[in-house]
Design a protein. Sequence first.
Length: 285
Amino acid sequence: MPRRYSELYIAARSALRAAGVEAADVEARLIVASASGKSTAKLLRDMGIYATHAVEERTGELLSRRLAGEPVAYITGMWEFYGLPIEVSPEVLIPRADTEVLAGEAIAWLKANRREGRVLDLCSGSGCIGCAVARSLPRASVVLADISSGAMEVARRNVARNGLAGRVSYMLCDATAPPPVMTGQFDLIVSNPPYISAIDLLTLDPSVRDYEPIWALDGGEDGLDFYRAIVENWTGTLRGGGAMMFEVGEGQAAEVKALMRSAGLRGEASVKDTRGVERVVKATL
Ligand code: GLN
């Protein structure tokens, strides 16, 4: 018996709900859309028509991956960040809504200080922060830096997908080591480095622990290894009056501010996320 898209959607939603998935409606739409190669908008328009057997089968496959715990972003291969479509793969973290606070601060600072110059996104992963910055500031040039060549490939496709290829360049390097020669100087360094402490790594949600890249999360014993190394090695690449901004984990803001101060940065401040957690720490040179 052939089934309509609406029936596939409702069946997927019920299965997700029964499994305790919070956003069962959104995820069911994403899964059926992905299985049929439609956008979610097109799927909504097509709810009344019959799906092919192949689409029905594919929906079942994707749904069982989700029910086994895989995040929906890895299943569909796409996510949204700051209004931009961002490809994701298991080589990169799925962009978090919290990280939009960091992107927003970076964009606001560049605009307020009329410094649409050179921006470095350290530990760039999917490239989501750098893409948001480049997209909002048409005269800025952005350097994406990451240690993972797999992540860099994903980032390159995101830059192209968002029409930013002319203004973004790439640097394959270790954020905890001194910058490569000829790195040059930056008006802004923005970074969402790995910051989960050893103890918190043990209690990560299974959907994170079992699927997301551990090297993008592991911040060492106290979670602060990357902040220590970045302020020590990269502050020297800031232009006078330039800014450094980090995303930080819950409870890390005070320590990261102190690290920035000891590296010679001033005017340390933090910004809260939507849950009231100090999520971004910033300071200027
Ligand atoms: N916010 C991410 C998480 O909770 C961690 C991101 C990071 O380590 N930079 O999984």
